[in-house]
Ligand binder design. Structure first.
Ligand code: GCV
Length: 675
């Protein structure tokens, strides 16, 4: 087999008849579809029926039979008055013992079927179960950074399964991928890297239309809209124009005609993702225009076809001088986009990274959330573990994402609104919104390189669909589905490792929110000064007295980009959350933290603890030998946990030695710190 079914194994539960009856699984055996009119036209319909029949057959050993005479024990129905788009209700509380999956639309029914199968596969009883699922976010998106030569920017799971040798791949794996991500509620996928270069610029030309259309049609069967990343300079590179100025009539017309051509060939295209004026990519700044000019020009061109423009706010000066302590990369997203609030058209959505820097293990929430009040917004997170161990280290990110979503922004008039409330469109009643993750997949057999990294893919989908889910429950659900047939001890251990993994990673890498300290370019492994004298605006400013960036009003003034009381909370060293202390403040090594420890002792302690935890993950795993049903998966994880334990020691020693050399303070516990 070239790839696993990940969490969609549907391993036979081998239940007795009595067990089936107790859990009401016998009600899955005969079903009817009411209100089929309208459903039949939906591309999802045939697929959700076969998914249901095959899933139940594989889990329970007998194939459900569709009946038309009223003798069914399960009903599928579509009721457009129920919930909102994609919503569904699983109801096994009816007195007659019947079950029902009722959905707002065909896609909702598809999600309902996948959820029902997940519940059965994890052994939940259906008797008395009633689950209403109304998606939190309209857009639940994956951003792939796949290049057309088959490489993946920040990819840690093999090569691309969308592209090879400048060709678009459409094959069985495409379908398997769509099924996998649809099963957790993903409804939009960008297939190509936001850095659009060479052949990828031509994705919007007839060189690729046939394949792109074929891909979009497969996606459509799974309720997924295909999106493409766009090259802002396409009018020059494809059209032979001299400029790509968004206010130039020739450019405007070029895009208008281009989009007419694209949508005629690929009518199901959801829209485009754009990285402009960022890290060397072209954009409106070249022509003295702003990002509203750029985004709206494209939005007008796709508007007749219902297309959307997702415009990234990752815009900053990447040619900084480390000597300059006033220019602050953290400020740039807000400084560039806040003045444009209210100027973007309804089919533009600003995509904002979770923090102001770049997917570090700990960052404050981006101040544009709560800042912007008249603009559609999406949150961008990264499940590709660029800065969190590159899928060699286990790092379950849902607890981090949950903290971000639950962050209160104190937007005027919406004081209780969290990030989740904003991106869902609930708080501001925006026309559009959602959440996107930079994807962590590739053509490795297990999809995500590290088997345990698939928990981030599964979990992201579940969280995007329902921002109230509990990360630990999701981890357990994923482990039960993926490691079906393994012992209970193994499942418990996997959940435990996952839940401890982000804190452990944070402990042995860069301290208290300062970030970076990685090797330049590839970003794996420790290098304390790797980015200290570079042009990327990524400094920690450690000297003999202390460490941290002063982002208060005495420093770069970044704290004031937040609404009150968040601004004052970060400004004041006493109230600043300690996990972010060095992000906001320059702190002397002898500063006493709330634990009573000095900063330097905290750094030593956390680094010893973190490395010990990584070693503990490995020890735990070794004890599970023979308890994980899939032996190859066991071996793969063993190999990665070994790498992680070694790497954590390297991190520990490099960081501890660096700070010991800086300040000369010994470890109070007398542990080995290299001189
Ligand atoms: C796709 C970081 C990454 C880049 C990435 C960029 C972005 O800088 O290192 O690889 O480019 O973010 O999000 O655009």
């Amino acid at each position: 087999m070239e790839y696993t079914e990940a969490w969609l194994k549907y391993r036979c539960l081998s239940l007795s008849r009595q067990q089936c009856e107790e859990k009401l699984y016998n009600s899955l055996i005969s079903y009817a579809v009411t209100s089929e009119e309208g459903l039949k036209e939906s591309p999802c319909f045939a697929m959700l029926i076969s998914e249901f029949e095959q899933g139940v057959e594989s889990l329970l050993g007998s194939r459900p039979c569709r009946v038309y005479d009223g003798s069914e024990t399960l009903r599928f129905a579509v009721d457009p008055t129920f919930g909102t788009q994609d919503a569904y209700l699983i109801d096994f509380t009816q007195k007659d013992g019947f079950g029902a999956v009722t959905a707002h639309d065909a896609k909702g029914l598809l999600y309902g079927v996948f959820r029902l199968l997940q519940l059965v596969a994890t052994g939940q009883t259906l008797a008395g179960l009633k689950q209403t699922c109304i998606p939190s976010n309209p857009l639940r998106m994956l951003n792939h950074w796949d290049n057309m030569d088959g490489s993946i920017e920040r990819g840690y799971s093999g090569r691309s399964f969308f592209f090879a040798d400048d060709q678009v791949l459409v094959n069985e794996r495409t379908r398997a991928y769509a099924r996998l991500v649809a099963s957790v509620g993903i409804n939009a996928v960008v297939i190509n890297n936001v850095n659009v270069r060479s052949a990828a610029t031509y994705l919007i030309t007839d060189r690729y239309f046939d394949k792109v259309r074929a891909l979009s049609e497969i996606f459509d069967e799974y309720g997924i809209s295909l999106y493409l990343s766009l090259n802002f300079a396409a009018p020059i590179e494809l059209g032979g124009l001299e400029v790509s100025d968004p206010l130039d009539p020739g450019v405007i017309n070029w895009w208008k005609e281009k989009m007419a051509e694209v949508y005629a060939a690929v009518p199901k295209l959801g829209g485009f993702l754009v990285k402009a004026d960022s890290e060397g990519r072209p954009g409106p700044f070249t022509y003295g225009r702003d990002h509203a000019d750029g985004a709206n020009m494209l939005a007008r061109a796709v508007q007749p076809y219902g297309g959307r423009i997702i415009w990234r706010c990752f815009v900053y000066n990447c040619r900084q001088d480390w000597r300059d302590t006033k220019t602050d990369r953290a400020r740039s997203g807000y400084d560039n986009f806040m003045p444009l609030d209210g100027r973007f058209l309804d089919n533009v959505i600003l995509q904002i990274k979770n923090g102001p820097m770049d997917f570090q293990v700990r960052e404050p929430v981006h101040p544009l959330f709560g800042g912007l009040m008249h603009t559609n917004q999406m949150l961008e997170v990264q499940i590709a573990q660029e800065y969190t161990g590159q899928q060699k280290h286990v790092c379950y990110l849902l607890p981090m994402f949950k903290q971000i979503l639950d962050f209160k922004t104190y937007m005027p008039g919406h004081e209780d609104a969290t990030v989740a409330d904003i991106i869902s469109t609930r708080a501001l009643k925006n026309a559009n919104g959602g959440i996107a993750a930079v994807a962590n997949t590739g053509n490795d057999e297990n999809w995500t390189g590290h088997d345990l990294a698939a928990a981030n893919l599964y979990g992201f989908g579940r969280l995007a669909f329902d921002t109230t889910v509990d990360p630990e429950s999701v981890a357990r659900e994923w482990a039960q589905l993926t490691f079906a047939g393994s012992t209970q001890e193994a499942i418990d251990a996997i959940v435990d490792i996952l839940m401890r993994s982000w804190p452990a990673y944070e402990k042995y890498t860069s301290p208290l929110g300062i970030g970076w300290m990685v090797n330049p370019n590839h970003h794996y492994g420790p290098n304390v000064e790797g980015y200290e004298f570079d042009r990327w605006g990524t400094y920690h400013r450690a000297n003999w007295r202390g460490i941290g960036v002063d982002r208060t009003t005495k420093g770069t003034g970044y704290t004031m980009q937040y609404r009150e009381p968040n601004a004052s909370m970060y400004e004041n060293v006493e109230t600043c959350p300690e996990e972010l202390l060095l992000f906001f403040h320059f702190i002397p090594y002898d500063y006493v933290l709330k634990t009573g420890k000095t900063l330097i002792q905290h750094i030593y302690d956390t680094h010893f603890e973190g490395a010990q935890e990584a070693e503990g993950f490995l020890d735990t795993w070794k004890k599970l030998e023979g308890q994980i049903e899939d032996k190859e998966a066991y071996e793969r994880v063993l190999e990665r946990l070994t790498i992680q334990a070694d790497s954590a020691v390297e991190w520990r020693d490099r960081i501890n030695t660096y700070f010991y050399r800086r300040c000369g303070v010994s470890d109070q516990k007398g542990r080995k710190i290299y001189e």
